[in-house]
Write a protein of this length. Structure first.
Length: 444
């Protein structure tokens, strides 16, 4: 799609079956979609399998723009992902990262490879399960199913669904390709996962300060959501967003950072020196320490630029006729934001294919939704509300990995042998797992 946008322009019109779409691929056209006409472009088209997995669009991600969505979004921002709540869950992040460090120490003692894709996914899942469900993942009934559920959700939502574009024969095509049956299988596993988590929560009265507790209180009417009464399907739809977005995005960001660092020894040495200088011999890493790590912030920004979490944002739908960049966009048109193209635009970024964290030195461009050159978490009304929670875990994880360990490649591998190939999906993880050998340092 990037190549097509280079040929056909910053706002490209495409026809997929019965669906008219436009693709915004530059900061200027993206700004029109996400800011200038945000309220007119922030609804969602009906995505067949997204609707199924979200319990008929009872969530935040796949729900159309409506009064229910606005109330849910407001509650999410005000109650769920405030800076205060992010900070209150700090002990969970620290405990789970400490557990990861202990595992890496054991691996280092026998020079055993660490699979970053696997271990960082499990770290994220452990944190999400504790703050979301009040469950310690390791040793629970959910330990052997979370990976299957997350992987399945990403595969289904990232697949081409013929039913979305060909209303008469699309459903049949999806049955022939196996997408329909795969979605049903994933939904069943996910639904059982949520049932088990809720059951565990209800049986253990000591669990009070987690997300399920809030949602169950809303089901009982103890907490209001405007005029809306939450049902169990609403609760599960919201849990889908927390589970899928929370686990995969944090894990993939940290994995891609370590991938780029091991491929760029100069950058790795520089960021390790900064981390070790700031943290020194501290056992407890404080928020103010994180704020001092300017070069690490640049490394993370550059990673999010080259490997955006969602290269093509979930499609939006125009709720009325609008005009963008001089072109008429009819009501019901699907609107795609091509983040991948924006992040590689040579008119915005010098040498866009090269990993250069220093490009953010004395540069105020950030990923918090105000700069349309860097859109790791989107922008506007549909911007990811869990950004603060996710990045808190990413920072803490990377600081510990860089402070407590040196890292080397398996024997026979060179830095440039570490590939950058991505898997296809709504989120694009590293296709070949990153495996490195940890070396214990004096700070471990």
């Amino acid at each position: 799609m990037f190549k097509l946008s280079e040929k056909y322009g910053s706002l490209m019109s495409l026809k997929f079956g019965n669906v008219s779409t436009v693709v915004a691929s530059t900061p200027e056209t993206v700004k029109d979609v996400l800011k200038t006409f945000d309220v007119d472009c922030c609804s969602r088209p009906y995505l067949t399998y997204g609707a199924r997995l979200s319990y008929n669009r009872n969530d935040l991600g796949f729900s159309p723009y409506s009064k229910y969505w606005r109330e849910l979004r407001k509650w999410t921002v005000v109650e769920l992902y405030t800076a205060k709540r992010v900070k209150s869950f700090g002990h969970i992040r620290r405990e789970e990262v400490a557990s990861l460090v202990d595992f890496i120490k054991e691996s280092a003692s026998v020079e055993k490879h660490v699979n970053f894709n696997l271990k960082l996914m499990k770290l994220s899942a452990s944190v999400i399960c504790r703050l979301g469900f009040g469950i310690t993942l390791e040793g629970s009934k959910l330990e052997n199913t979370y990976d299957q559920v997350i992987q399945g959700i990403m595969e289904v939502t990232g697949s081409f669904a013929a039913a979305d574009f060909f209303p008469i024969v699309g459903g049949l095509i999806d049955r022939l390709t196996g997408l329909h049956s795969k979605c049903e299988k994933v939904f069943k596993a996910m639904d059982e996962f949520f049932d088990e988590a809720i059951k565990h929560h209800l049986e253990d009265e000591s669990i009070k300060d987690d997300i399920i507790a809030l949602l169950l209180r809303m089901e009982r009417g103890e907490i209001g959501l405007g005029e809306f009464q939450l049902t169990r399907n609403h609760t599960k739809g919201i849990l889908l967003n927390i589970l899928a977005a929370g686990i995969d995005t944090s894990a993939q960001t940290a994995t891609w950072v370590m991938t780029h660092l091991i491929r760029n020894p100069r950058v790795l040495n520089k960021v390790q020196a900064e981390v070790r200088q700031v943290i020194k011999n501290k056992d407890h890493i404080a928020d103010e320490d994180i704020e001092k790590l300017e070069y690490l912030k640049m490394v993370i920004k550059e990673t999010l630029r080259i490997n955006p979490l969602v290269p093509l944002l979930v499609p939006r739908e125009a709720s009325k006729d609008i005009k963008i960049a001089g072109y008429d966009i009819p009501k019901k048109t699907w609107i795609h934001v091509n983040v991948w193209a924006v992040h590689r635009n040579p008119n915005v970024w010098k040498d866009p294919e090269v990993f250069i964290p220093e490009r953010f030195m004395d540069n105020e461009i950030d990923y918090r939704g105000l700069n349309f050159e860097l859109l790791a978490f989107g922008s506007g009304r549909r911007m990811c509300p869990g950004m603060g929670m996710g990045m808190a875990l990413v920072h803490l994880t990377l600081i510990n990995l860089l402070y407590r360990f040196d890292w080397k490649l398996p024997e026979g591998m060179d830095a440039k042998d570490v590939d950058l190939e991505e898997s296809y999906g709504i989120v694009c993880p590293k296709k070949v797992p990153l495996e490195l050998i940890p070396v214990i340092t004096q700070w471990t």
